[in-house]
Ligand binder design. Structure first.
Ligand code: SF4
Length: 317
């Protein structure tokens, strides 16, 4: 996650991002229509746009079907948790040490097994109920990948901290850390006019100006709608603009010593993306209100990887 702080410094013009956005979450133009009533859903359920007909929301919210727990979903949750735990561990350490004895790298590496165990323990029930258990050495490989994440975050975070300590005559590690790695991972947003469950908590907000979400697994362009949704929620909650967002997309190739964030760029959340998200959100809410099955697409070409594949197409579809 601290990779984003470095990326921010390498993204010119992002701090003065576009002020021409007109569709703001605190403006009634973006609110759900009164006839859609009091329906509230999690941000991801409204922003996820993988199903061509939005039948997934009908199956989930109207028919009460649940997405089966999968190995990939388990991994995604553990990875999210690891990043948040790393941030909290660094924050606590930096604020408790002095410049003369600050050694964040050694501290974080000494904590890595505990951080990983803690995240895995939190989602043990999800792992135990996973239908498709990983094969062979996949579990050990995932473990190695988690260590790779901790090591990379330790390297980049401690380098910045050490650089500033070396550069400033009177350096305060806690202040340096909170200035440079200003991530809020607990911001609970209330956005009842957007149709989101209360509270909605984005994975992180960076420097009060960038909404962030952590995703692993296959990349989808529609991930940007999650950022738009949280930006609208932030604007409704605070009354302040949120112009930008970033998906920390985590890939863990065995061919790299470090995690890969190839798709991760800081994006402006323009009116174009906002309009598209609002159309998707309103269509989904309408399906729930009407309770009518929107049906399947003509074929299963775009249904790959969907949790409801068996429900829609049967075992052989
Ligand atoms: S299997 Fe296809 S039609 Fe059915 S919910 Fe998934 S994406 Fe939609």
């Amino acid at each position: 996650m601290h990779f984003i702080a470095l990326l921010y410094d390498r993204t010119p013009g992002i701090s003065s991002a576009e002020a021409s956005i007109t569709l703001r979450g605190n403006d009634h133009k973006t609110w759900i229509a009164s006839e859609l009533g009091e329906i509230q859903l999690p941000v991801n359920a409204l922003a996820y746009a993988s199903c061509p007909t939005f039948r997934d929301i009908y199956l989930e919210a109207v028919k009460g079907e649940t997405r089966p727990p999968t190995w990939d979903r388990y991994k995604g949750r553990v990875i999210d948790e690891i990043y948040k735990n790393i941030h909290k561990t660094c924050e606590e350490y930096a604020s408790s040490c002095r410049a003369r004895n600050c050694d964040l790298y050694t501290h974080l590496i000494s904590q890595q097994d505990g951080l990983i165990d803690q995240a895995k323990r939190k989602y043990k029930a999800a792992f135990d109920s996973t239908e498709t258990k990983p094969e062979g050495t996949e579990v050990e490989e995932f473990d190695r990948a988690l260590h790779k994440i901790v090591k990379f975050e330790a390297e980049i975070t401690s380098s910045i901290l050490d650089f500033e300590i070396a550069h400033l005559e009177s350096a305060n590690p806690g202040k340096i850390f909170s200035d440079f790695f200003d991530f809020n991972t607990d911001f609970a947003l209330t956005a009842k006019h957007q149709g989101f469950t209360i509270p909605s908590i984005p994975d992180f907000i960076f420097r009060n100006s960038i909404i962030g979400d952590i995703k692993s697994g296959e990349w989808h362009d529609f991930f940007i709608y999650t950022l738009v949704a949280y930006a609208l929620a932030y604007e409704e909650h605070t009354g302040r603009p949120m112009n930008c967002g970033v998906i920390l997309h985590v890939e863990l190739p065995t061919s790299r010593r470090v995690p890969a964030h190839y798709h991760t760029t800081i994006e402006q959340l323009s009116d174009y993306h906002r309009k598209r998200f609002l159309t998707i959100r309103d269509r989904k809410l309408q399906i729930i209100k009407d309770g009518i099955d929107p049906g399947k697409p003509d074929d299963a070409t775009n249904c790959g990887g969907c949790a409801f594949h068996r429900t829609c197409w049967g075992a052989t579809g």
